[in-house]
Ligand binder design. Structure first.
Ligand SMILES: C[S@@+](CC[C@H](N)C(=O)[O-])C[C@H]1O[C@@H](n2cnc3c(N)ncnc32)[C@H](O)[C@@H]1O
Length: 498
Protein backbone atom coordinates (compact mmCIF):
# COMPACT_ATOMS: atom_id res chain seq x y z
CA UNK A 1 0.00 0.00 0.00
CA UNK A 2 2.79 2.39 0.91
CA UNK A 3 4.52 1.67 -2.36
CA UNK A 4 1.49 2.39 -4.51
CA UNK A 5 0.97 5.69 -2.75
CA UNK A 6 4.60 6.56 -3.06
CA UNK A 7 4.09 6.54 -6.82
CA UNK A 8 1.70 9.46 -6.70
CA UNK A 9 1.49 10.78 -3.16
CA UNK A 10 1.28 14.49 -3.82
CA UNK A 11 -1.50 14.13 -6.37
CA UNK A 12 -3.57 12.05 -3.96
CA UNK A 13 -3.21 14.42 -1.04
CA UNK A 14 -3.70 17.51 -3.14
CA UNK A 15 -6.80 15.89 -4.59
CA UNK A 16 -8.37 15.19 -1.20
CA UNK A 17 -7.48 18.59 0.21
CA UNK A 18 -8.76 20.54 -2.78
CA UNK A 19 -11.98 18.55 -2.77
CA UNK A 20 -12.49 19.29 0.93
CA UNK A 21 -11.89 22.99 0.37
CA UNK A 22 -14.16 23.10 -2.65
CA UNK A 23 -17.00 21.76 -0.61
CA UNK A 24 -19.58 24.04 0.82
CA UNK A 25 -19.16 22.83 4.41
CA UNK A 26 -18.07 25.55 6.74
CA UNK A 27 -15.05 24.58 8.77
CA UNK A 28 -16.57 25.30 12.16
CA UNK A 29 -13.97 25.04 14.92
CA UNK A 30 -14.19 21.81 16.84
CA UNK A 31 -15.51 22.69 20.25
CA UNK A 32 -13.17 20.77 22.46
CA UNK A 33 -10.76 17.92 22.08
CA UNK A 34 -11.02 15.63 25.05
CA UNK A 35 -8.94 12.51 25.31
CA UNK A 36 -10.95 9.37 24.69
CA UNK A 37 -11.62 7.45 27.85
CA UNK A 38 -12.91 3.94 28.04
CA UNK A 39 -14.34 1.87 30.84
CA UNK A 40 -11.79 0.61 33.31
CA UNK A 41 -10.52 -2.88 32.67
CA UNK A 42 -12.92 -5.33 34.22
CA UNK A 43 -11.36 -8.44 35.75
CA UNK A 44 -12.73 -11.58 37.22
CA UNK A 45 -11.65 -12.62 40.72
CA UNK A 46 -8.23 -11.02 41.21
CA UNK A 47 -5.36 -13.41 41.90
CA UNK A 48 -1.91 -12.46 43.17
CA UNK A 49 0.02 -11.14 40.21
CA UNK A 50 3.55 -9.80 39.83
CA UNK A 51 3.68 -6.00 40.04
CA UNK A 52 4.04 -3.84 36.95
CA UNK A 53 7.00 -1.52 37.63
CA UNK A 54 8.73 1.32 35.79
CA UNK A 55 12.30 0.82 34.61
CA UNK A 56 14.41 2.32 37.38
CA UNK A 57 17.06 4.94 36.73
CA UNK A 58 19.77 2.40 37.69
CA UNK A 59 18.47 -0.07 35.11
CA UNK A 60 17.98 2.59 32.42
CA UNK A 61 21.37 4.21 33.01
CA UNK A 62 23.44 2.00 30.66
CA UNK A 63 20.96 2.82 27.85
CA UNK A 64 21.05 6.56 28.64
CA UNK A 65 24.88 6.53 28.83
CA UNK A 66 25.18 4.80 25.45
CA UNK A 67 22.65 7.01 23.66
CA UNK A 68 23.76 10.44 24.91
CA UNK A 69 23.55 11.96 21.39
CA UNK A 70 19.87 11.12 20.95
CA UNK A 71 18.58 11.86 24.46
CA UNK A 72 15.79 14.43 24.79
CA UNK A 73 17.31 17.68 26.11
CA UNK A 74 15.84 17.36 29.60
CA UNK A 75 17.67 14.04 30.08
CA UNK A 76 20.74 15.03 28.05
CA UNK A 77 21.29 18.36 29.84
CA UNK A 78 20.66 17.19 33.42
CA UNK A 79 23.64 17.01 35.76
CA UNK A 80 24.55 13.51 36.98
CA UNK A 81 23.27 14.32 40.49
CA UNK A 82 19.90 15.48 39.20
CA UNK A 83 19.42 12.72 36.62
CA UNK A 84 17.67 10.16 38.87
CA UNK A 85 14.98 12.72 39.72
CA UNK A 86 14.74 14.06 36.17
CA UNK A 87 14.40 10.44 34.94
CA UNK A 88 11.48 9.78 37.26
CA UNK A 89 9.62 12.88 35.98
CA UNK A 90 10.47 12.13 32.37
CA UNK A 91 9.15 8.56 32.69
CA UNK A 92 5.82 9.75 34.10
CA UNK A 93 5.40 12.34 31.32
CA UNK A 94 6.56 9.96 28.58
CA UNK A 95 4.18 7.25 29.79
CA UNK A 96 1.33 9.73 29.49
CA UNK A 97 2.48 10.95 26.05
CA UNK A 98 2.88 7.43 24.67
CA UNK A 99 -0.55 6.39 25.92
CA UNK A 100 -2.10 9.51 24.34
CA UNK A 101 -0.93 8.24 20.95
CA UNK A 102 -3.74 5.68 21.20
CA UNK A 103 -6.27 8.40 20.31
CA UNK A 104 -4.63 9.11 16.97
CA UNK A 105 -4.40 5.37 16.29
CA UNK A 106 -8.14 5.10 16.93
CA UNK A 107 -8.74 7.87 14.40
CA UNK A 108 -6.61 5.98 11.88
CA UNK A 109 -8.77 2.90 12.46
CA UNK A 110 -11.85 5.01 11.67
CA UNK A 111 -10.25 6.00 8.36
CA UNK A 112 -9.85 2.31 7.48
CA UNK A 113 -13.45 1.74 8.55
CA UNK A 114 -14.58 4.66 6.33
CA UNK A 115 -12.80 3.20 3.29
CA UNK A 116 -13.31 -0.54 3.73
CA UNK A 117 -16.35 -0.99 5.98
CA UNK A 118 -19.36 -2.91 4.67
CA UNK A 119 -21.38 -2.97 7.89
CA UNK A 120 -22.69 0.62 7.65
CA UNK A 121 -23.08 1.03 3.89
CA UNK A 122 -23.80 -0.87 0.69
CA UNK A 123 -21.53 1.40 -1.34
CA UNK A 124 -18.34 -0.05 -2.88
CA UNK A 125 -15.15 -0.18 -0.83
CA UNK A 126 -12.25 2.11 -1.68
CA UNK A 127 -8.58 1.40 -1.20
CA UNK A 128 -5.91 4.02 -0.60
CA UNK A 129 -4.47 2.87 -3.92
CA UNK A 130 -7.78 3.74 -5.67
CA UNK A 131 -7.59 7.21 -4.18
CA UNK A 132 -3.95 7.62 -5.17
CA UNK A 133 -4.79 6.60 -8.75
CA UNK A 134 -7.73 9.02 -8.88
CA UNK A 135 -5.52 11.76 -7.44
CA UNK A 136 -3.15 11.39 -10.37
CA UNK A 137 -5.91 12.46 -12.72
CA UNK A 138 -7.26 15.57 -11.06
CA UNK A 139 -10.53 16.85 -12.59
CA UNK A 140 -10.98 13.53 -14.43
CA UNK A 141 -14.23 11.60 -14.25
CA UNK A 142 -12.46 8.96 -12.14
CA UNK A 143 -11.32 11.58 -9.62
CA UNK A 144 -14.77 13.12 -9.36
CA UNK A 145 -16.35 9.69 -8.87
CA UNK A 146 -13.82 8.71 -6.20
CA UNK A 147 -14.42 11.86 -4.21
CA UNK A 148 -18.19 11.51 -4.52
CA UNK A 149 -17.82 7.96 -3.17
CA UNK A 150 -15.69 9.14 -0.23
CA UNK A 151 -18.31 11.78 0.56
CA UNK A 152 -21.17 9.31 0.33
CA UNK A 153 -19.39 6.73 2.50
CA UNK A 154 -18.57 9.45 5.05
CA UNK A 155 -22.23 10.47 5.09
CA UNK A 156 -23.30 6.84 5.64
CA UNK A 157 -20.73 6.41 8.40
CA UNK A 158 -21.95 9.51 10.21
CA UNK A 159 -25.54 8.25 9.92
CA UNK A 160 -24.33 4.95 11.35
CA UNK A 161 -22.68 6.76 14.25
CA UNK A 162 -25.96 8.53 14.98
CA UNK A 163 -27.85 5.20 15.06
CA UNK A 164 -25.22 2.52 15.74
CA UNK A 165 -27.61 -0.19 16.96
CA UNK A 166 -25.44 -3.13 18.09
CA UNK A 167 -22.63 -2.53 15.58
CA UNK A 168 -19.60 -2.50 17.92
CA UNK A 169 -17.41 -0.57 15.48
CA UNK A 170 -20.06 2.14 15.08
CA UNK A 171 -20.48 2.25 18.86
CA UNK A 172 -16.72 2.71 19.14
CA UNK A 173 -16.82 5.51 16.53
CA UNK A 174 -19.69 7.14 18.40
CA UNK A 175 -17.73 7.13 21.67
CA UNK A 176 -14.77 8.62 19.84
CA UNK A 177 -16.83 11.51 18.46
CA UNK A 178 -18.62 12.11 21.75
CA UNK A 179 -15.26 12.23 23.52
CA UNK A 180 -14.15 14.83 20.99
CA UNK A 181 -17.04 17.00 22.10
CA UNK A 182 -19.43 16.50 19.18
CA UNK A 183 -23.14 16.84 19.91
CA UNK A 184 -24.48 14.04 17.72
CA UNK A 185 -28.04 15.46 17.92
CA UNK A 186 -26.99 18.65 16.24
CA UNK A 187 -27.02 18.64 12.37
CA UNK A 188 -24.24 21.26 12.18
CA UNK A 189 -22.05 19.15 14.45
CA UNK A 190 -22.72 16.09 12.26
CA UNK A 191 -21.63 18.04 9.19
CA UNK A 192 -18.49 19.02 11.05
CA UNK A 193 -17.91 15.40 12.09
CA UNK A 194 -18.04 14.41 8.43
CA UNK A 195 -15.43 17.04 7.54
CA UNK A 196 -13.30 15.83 10.44
CA UNK A 197 -13.47 12.29 9.05
CA UNK A 198 -12.40 13.38 5.56
CA UNK A 199 -9.61 15.56 6.95
CA UNK A 200 -8.34 12.55 8.88
CA UNK A 201 -8.32 10.58 5.64
CA UNK A 202 -6.21 13.33 4.06
CA UNK A 203 -3.84 13.21 7.04
CA UNK A 204 -3.48 9.42 6.77
CA UNK A 205 -2.79 9.73 3.02
CA UNK A 206 -0.15 12.33 3.68
CA UNK A 207 1.49 10.17 6.35
CA UNK A 208 1.46 7.13 4.07
CA UNK A 209 3.03 9.15 1.30
CA UNK A 210 5.72 10.33 3.73
CA UNK A 211 6.52 6.71 4.68
CA UNK A 212 6.69 5.83 0.98
CA UNK A 213 9.15 8.66 0.31
CA UNK A 214 11.31 7.68 3.29
CA UNK A 215 11.48 4.06 2.17
CA UNK A 216 12.25 5.10 -1.39
CA UNK A 217 15.16 7.23 -0.23
CA UNK A 218 16.42 4.36 1.95
CA UNK A 219 16.21 1.98 -1.01
CA UNK A 220 18.10 4.45 -3.19
CA UNK A 221 20.99 4.33 -0.69
CA UNK A 222 21.28 0.67 -1.69
CA UNK A 223 22.18 -0.40 1.85
CA UNK A 224 19.78 -3.13 3.00
CA UNK A 225 20.75 -2.94 6.68
CA UNK A 226 20.17 0.86 6.66
CA UNK A 227 16.84 0.24 4.96
CA UNK A 228 15.86 -2.35 7.58
CA UNK A 229 16.92 0.04 10.39
CA UNK A 230 14.75 2.77 8.89
CA UNK A 231 11.82 0.42 8.35
CA UNK A 232 12.17 -0.67 11.98
CA UNK A 233 11.12 2.73 13.34
CA UNK A 234 9.01 3.90 10.44
CA UNK A 235 5.94 4.65 12.56
CA UNK A 236 7.71 6.43 15.44
CA UNK A 237 5.50 9.51 15.06
CA UNK A 238 2.29 7.73 14.12
CA UNK A 239 -0.78 7.08 16.26
CA UNK A 240 -0.71 3.70 18.05
CA UNK A 241 -2.90 1.39 16.04
CA UNK A 242 -4.38 -1.93 17.10
CA UNK A 243 -4.19 -3.42 13.56
CA UNK A 244 -3.57 -7.12 13.38
CA UNK A 245 -3.94 -9.97 10.90
CA UNK A 246 -2.96 -13.60 10.44
CA UNK A 247 0.21 -12.95 8.44
CA UNK A 248 2.82 -12.12 11.13
CA UNK A 249 1.78 -15.27 12.99
CA UNK A 250 2.72 -17.38 10.00
CA UNK A 251 6.13 -15.65 10.02
CA UNK A 252 6.47 -16.41 13.75
CA UNK A 253 5.60 -20.09 13.16
CA UNK A 254 8.32 -20.26 10.51
CA UNK A 255 10.83 -18.58 12.86
CA UNK A 256 9.92 -21.00 15.68
CA UNK A 257 10.34 -23.95 13.30
CA UNK A 258 13.81 -22.71 12.43
CA UNK A 259 14.69 -22.18 16.12
CA UNK A 260 13.58 -25.74 16.84
CA UNK A 261 15.45 -27.17 13.83
CA UNK A 262 18.63 -25.51 15.11
CA UNK A 263 18.06 -26.96 18.60
CA UNK A 264 17.90 -23.54 20.24
CA UNK A 265 14.72 -24.64 21.99
CA UNK A 266 14.13 -28.22 23.09
CA UNK A 267 10.87 -30.17 22.88
CA UNK A 268 8.24 -29.04 25.39
CA UNK A 269 10.68 -26.48 26.84
CA UNK A 270 8.43 -23.45 26.38
CA UNK A 271 6.20 -22.90 29.41
CA UNK A 272 5.88 -19.15 29.80
CA UNK A 273 5.35 -16.81 26.88
CA UNK A 274 4.68 -13.07 26.73
CA UNK A 275 3.12 -11.31 23.77
CA UNK A 276 3.78 -7.59 23.57
CA UNK A 277 0.95 -5.78 21.75
CA UNK A 278 -1.43 -8.62 20.77
CA UNK A 279 -3.57 -6.22 18.71
CA UNK A 280 -7.28 -6.15 17.94
CA UNK A 281 -8.63 -6.64 14.43
CA UNK A 282 -10.94 -3.61 14.01
CA UNK A 283 -10.63 -2.93 10.27
CA UNK A 284 -6.96 -3.20 9.50
CA UNK A 285 -5.11 -0.90 7.13
CA UNK A 286 -4.48 -3.64 4.57
CA UNK A 287 -7.99 -3.58 3.07
CA UNK A 288 -9.44 -4.80 6.41
CA UNK A 289 -12.88 -6.20 7.09
CA UNK A 290 -15.69 -5.39 9.48
CA UNK A 291 -18.20 -8.18 8.81
CA UNK A 292 -17.14 -10.21 11.85
CA UNK A 293 -16.81 -9.24 15.52
CA UNK A 294 -13.59 -7.56 16.63
CA UNK A 295 -11.02 -10.18 17.53
CA UNK A 296 -7.51 -10.76 18.68
CA UNK A 297 -5.50 -13.45 16.88
CA UNK A 298 -1.89 -13.51 17.98
CA UNK A 299 -2.21 -15.03 21.50
CA UNK A 300 -4.15 -17.97 20.03
CA UNK A 301 -1.90 -18.33 17.01
CA UNK A 302 1.17 -18.58 19.25
CA UNK A 303 -0.36 -21.35 21.39
CA UNK A 304 -1.38 -23.12 18.19
CA UNK A 305 2.12 -22.92 16.64
CA UNK A 306 4.01 -23.84 19.82
CA UNK A 307 1.80 -26.91 20.22
CA UNK A 308 2.06 -27.89 16.56
CA UNK A 309 5.85 -27.68 16.71
CA UNK A 310 5.98 -29.69 19.95
CA UNK A 311 7.75 -26.80 21.69
CA UNK A 312 5.02 -26.52 24.34
CA UNK A 313 2.39 -28.71 25.92
CA UNK A 314 -0.95 -26.89 25.94
CA UNK A 315 -1.72 -27.86 29.55
CA UNK A 316 1.67 -26.58 30.71
CA UNK A 317 1.73 -23.22 28.94
CA UNK A 318 1.00 -19.76 30.33
CA UNK A 319 0.59 -16.81 28.02
CA UNK A 320 0.65 -13.21 29.23
CA UNK A 321 -0.15 -10.30 26.95
CA UNK A 322 1.23 -6.79 27.54
CA UNK A 323 -0.67 -3.90 26.09
CA UNK A 324 -1.30 -0.28 27.00
CA UNK A 325 -4.61 -0.16 25.16
CA UNK A 326 -7.57 -0.47 27.57
CA UNK A 327 -9.66 -1.58 24.59
CA UNK A 328 -7.44 -4.61 24.00
CA UNK A 329 -6.93 -5.49 27.66
CA UNK A 330 -10.67 -5.24 28.21
CA UNK A 331 -11.41 -7.40 25.18
CA UNK A 332 -9.16 -10.16 26.55
CA UNK A 333 -10.60 -9.83 30.05
CA UNK A 334 -14.11 -10.26 28.65
CA UNK A 335 -13.03 -13.29 26.60
CA UNK A 336 -11.60 -14.85 29.79
CA UNK A 337 -14.75 -14.08 31.72
CA UNK A 338 -16.84 -15.81 29.02
CA UNK A 339 -14.39 -18.75 28.92
CA UNK A 340 -14.81 -19.16 32.69
CA UNK A 341 -18.49 -19.83 31.95
CA UNK A 342 -17.57 -22.39 29.31
CA UNK A 343 -17.79 -20.22 26.20
CA UNK A 344 -15.26 -20.68 23.42
CA UNK A 345 -13.74 -17.80 21.40
CA UNK A 346 -14.39 -17.80 17.68
CA UNK A 347 -11.76 -16.36 15.34
CA UNK A 348 -12.66 -15.56 11.72
CA UNK A 349 -9.76 -15.71 9.27
CA UNK A 350 -10.26 -14.32 5.77
CA UNK A 351 -7.91 -15.53 3.06
CA UNK A 352 -6.32 -13.22 0.53
CA UNK A 353 -6.23 -14.88 -2.90
CA UNK A 354 -2.84 -13.32 -3.59
CA UNK A 355 -1.15 -15.20 -0.73
CA UNK A 356 1.47 -17.77 -1.71
CA UNK A 357 0.76 -21.46 -1.21
CA UNK A 358 2.75 -21.69 2.08
CA UNK A 359 0.75 -18.92 3.72
CA UNK A 360 -2.46 -20.41 2.31
CA UNK A 361 -1.47 -23.77 3.87
CA UNK A 362 -0.89 -22.02 7.22
CA UNK A 363 -4.34 -20.41 6.89
CA UNK A 364 -5.83 -23.90 6.36
CA UNK A 365 -4.16 -25.41 9.43
CA UNK A 366 -4.53 -22.37 11.70
CA UNK A 367 -6.23 -23.32 14.95
CA UNK A 368 -6.23 -27.11 14.55
CA UNK A 369 -4.29 -27.53 17.86
CA UNK A 370 -6.47 -25.23 19.92
CA UNK A 371 -9.99 -25.63 18.61
CA UNK A 372 -12.32 -26.90 15.94
CA UNK A 373 -13.47 -25.44 12.63
CA UNK A 374 -16.94 -23.90 12.71
CA UNK A 375 -19.14 -22.21 10.17
CA UNK A 376 -17.77 -18.72 9.43
CA UNK A 377 -20.03 -15.67 9.44
CA UNK A 378 -21.65 -14.83 6.12
CA UNK A 379 -19.47 -12.81 3.79
CA UNK A 380 -21.25 -9.67 2.52
CA UNK A 381 -22.06 -9.71 -1.20
CA UNK A 382 -19.84 -6.65 -1.70
CA UNK A 383 -16.79 -8.81 -0.92
CA UNK A 384 -17.48 -11.28 -3.73
CA UNK A 385 -15.84 -14.68 -3.41
CA UNK A 386 -13.79 -13.97 -0.29
CA UNK A 387 -12.91 -17.22 1.51
CA UNK A 388 -13.16 -17.28 5.29
CA UNK A 389 -12.44 -19.96 7.88
CA UNK A 390 -13.63 -19.80 11.46
CA UNK A 391 -12.12 -21.62 14.41
CA UNK A 392 -13.84 -22.07 17.76
CA UNK A 393 -11.08 -21.95 20.37
CA UNK A 394 -11.44 -24.08 23.49
CA UNK A 395 -12.30 -22.18 26.70
CA UNK A 396 -9.26 -23.74 28.44
CA UNK A 397 -6.96 -22.10 25.90
CA UNK A 398 -8.66 -18.72 26.37
CA UNK A 399 -8.45 -19.04 30.17
CA UNK A 400 -4.71 -19.67 29.89
CA UNK A 401 -4.12 -16.17 28.51
CA UNK A 402 -3.59 -13.39 31.04
CA UNK A 403 -3.35 -9.75 30.12
CA UNK A 404 -1.43 -6.95 31.81
CA UNK A 405 -1.55 -3.22 31.29
CA UNK A 406 2.11 -2.60 30.48
CA UNK A 407 3.80 0.13 28.46
CA UNK A 408 6.77 -1.91 27.30
CA UNK A 409 8.89 1.18 26.61
CA UNK A 410 8.89 2.11 30.28
CA UNK A 411 7.51 -0.80 32.28
CA UNK A 412 7.96 -4.49 32.99
CA UNK A 413 6.64 -7.15 35.33
CA UNK A 414 8.71 -7.57 38.44
CA UNK A 415 9.24 -11.33 38.16
CA UNK A 416 11.01 -13.79 40.41
CA UNK A 417 13.47 -15.86 38.30
CA UNK A 418 11.26 -18.98 38.13
CA UNK A 419 8.46 -16.86 36.66
CA UNK A 420 10.56 -15.34 33.88
CA UNK A 421 9.59 -15.97 30.27
CA UNK A 422 11.06 -18.51 27.87
CA UNK A 423 9.83 -16.53 24.90
CA UNK A 424 8.60 -13.00 24.22
CA UNK A 425 6.92 -12.10 20.92
CA UNK A 426 6.74 -8.50 19.68
CA UNK A 427 5.60 -8.03 16.08
CA UNK A 428 4.52 -4.71 14.56
CA UNK A 429 4.85 -2.85 17.84
CA UNK A 430 8.44 -1.64 18.27
CA UNK A 431 8.20 -0.01 14.82
CA UNK A 432 6.15 2.72 16.58
CA UNK A 433 9.17 3.87 18.58
CA UNK A 434 12.51 5.62 18.08
CA UNK A 435 15.95 4.25 18.95
CA UNK A 436 15.90 5.40 22.59
CA UNK A 437 12.42 4.00 23.21
CA UNK A 438 13.23 0.71 21.46
CA UNK A 439 16.39 0.36 23.57
CA UNK A 440 14.41 1.01 26.76
CA UNK A 441 11.81 -1.53 25.62
CA UNK A 442 14.60 -4.04 25.04
CA UNK A 443 15.88 -3.36 28.58
CA UNK A 444 12.39 -4.08 29.95
CA UNK A 445 12.11 -7.24 27.87
CA UNK A 446 15.55 -8.41 29.01
CA UNK A 447 14.43 -8.11 32.63
CA UNK A 448 11.56 -10.53 32.02
CA UNK A 449 13.37 -13.19 29.98
CA UNK A 450 15.15 -16.15 31.50
CA UNK A 451 18.83 -16.52 30.57
CA UNK A 452 18.80 -18.30 27.20
CA UNK A 453 15.25 -17.11 26.48
CA UNK A 454 14.29 -15.47 23.17
CA UNK A 455 12.63 -12.32 21.93
CA UNK A 456 11.13 -12.70 18.43
CA UNK A 457 10.49 -9.44 16.60
CA UNK A 458 10.13 -8.19 13.04
CA UNK A 459 12.28 -5.20 13.95
CA UNK A 460 16.01 -4.68 13.72
CA UNK A 461 16.94 -3.39 17.17
CA UNK A 462 20.11 -1.68 18.30
CA UNK A 463 22.25 -4.03 20.40
CA UNK A 464 23.96 -1.84 22.95
CA UNK A 465 27.15 -3.22 24.55
CA UNK A 466 25.48 -3.06 27.98
CA UNK A 467 22.52 -5.19 26.83
CA UNK A 468 22.38 -8.94 27.39
CA UNK A 469 20.19 -9.29 24.29
CA UNK A 470 21.92 -10.40 21.10
CA UNK A 471 20.45 -11.29 17.69
CA UNK A 472 21.37 -14.88 16.97
CA UNK A 473 19.22 -15.76 13.97
CA UNK A 474 16.52 -14.63 11.57
CA UNK A 475 13.95 -15.93 9.11
CA UNK A 476 12.75 -14.05 6.06
CA UNK A 477 9.17 -14.93 5.19
CA UNK A 478 7.38 -13.93 1.99
CA UNK A 479 3.58 -13.70 1.95
CA UNK A 480 2.85 -13.11 -1.76
CA UNK A 481 4.39 -11.93 -5.03
CA UNK A 482 3.49 -8.32 -4.19
CA UNK A 483 6.54 -6.11 -3.59
CA UNK A 484 7.64 -5.92 0.05
CA UNK A 485 4.91 -8.29 1.21
CA UNK A 486 6.82 -10.25 3.81
CA UNK A 487 8.50 -10.08 7.19
CA UNK A 488 11.97 -10.50 8.53
CA UNK A 489 11.74 -12.11 11.98
CA UNK A 490 14.86 -11.71 14.12
CA UNK A 491 15.46 -13.68 17.29
CA UNK A 492 17.37 -12.08 20.11
CA UNK A 493 18.68 -14.30 22.89
CA UNK A 494 19.25 -13.17 26.46
CA UNK A 495 22.69 -14.24 27.63
CA UNK A 496 23.37 -15.49 31.14
CA UNK A 497 23.93 -12.92 33.91
CA UNK A 498 27.41 -11.36 33.85
C1 LIG B 1 -0.13 -2.78 15.15
S1 LIG B 1 -0.62 -3.72 16.53
C2 LIG B 1 0.24 -5.25 16.25
C3 LIG B 1 -0.57 -6.46 16.67
C4 LIG B 1 0.12 -7.80 16.52
N1 LIG B 1 1.30 -7.88 17.34
C5 LIG B 1 0.46 -8.08 15.07
O1 LIG B 1 1.63 -8.14 14.71
O2 LIG B 1 -0.49 -8.25 14.29
C6 LIG B 1 0.35 -2.96 17.82
C7 LIG B 1 -0.03 -3.41 19.20
O3 LIG B 1 0.94 -2.95 20.15
C8 LIG B 1 0.29 -2.26 21.21
N2 LIG B 1 1.27 -1.30 21.73
C9 LIG B 1 1.74 -0.19 21.13
N3 LIG B 1 2.65 0.41 21.92
C10 LIG B 1 2.77 -0.34 23.04
C11 LIG B 1 3.55 -0.23 24.22
N4 LIG B 1 4.40 0.80 24.39
N5 LIG B 1 3.43 -1.17 25.15
C12 LIG B 1 2.56 -2.20 24.99
N6 LIG B 1 1.79 -2.36 23.90
C13 LIG B 1 1.89 -1.44 22.92
C14 LIG B 1 -0.94 -1.68 20.56
O4 LIG B 1 -1.93 -1.31 21.48
C15 LIG B 1 -1.35 -2.86 19.67
O5 LIG B 1 -1.99 -3.87 20.41
Amino acid sequence: MTDILAASPRGAIHFIFTQIMRNAFSLIAIVALFPVSYGAQSRAAPKPRPAVVYLSYEDARPVLDSLKEVLPSELGDASPEKLPLVWRDWVARRDHDIRSRLNKGDEDSLVNFLLFGTSFTLRPRLTLADIARAGQKENSEEATKAFALIQARAEDLIQGIVAPRDNERLLFARRLYEAKGYDLNNPAALQQAKIDLIKNLARVLEEQAGYGRLLDSARLMGDTSQELALRSKLYKDRGLSSDTSLKPNYAIERALASIKANAWLARASVRRVAIVGPGLDFTDKQDGFDFYPQQTIQPFAIVDSLTRLGLAKPDDLRIVTFDLSPRINDHLAQARARAAKGASYVVQVPRDLEWNSELAAYWSRFGDRIGVPVMPVTVPAALGMLKVRAVSIRPAVVSGIDSEDVNIVLQHLNLAPPESFDLIIATNILVYYDTLEQSLALANIERMLRPGGFLLSNNALLELPSSRMRSVGYETVVYSDKPNDGDHIVWYQRSADK
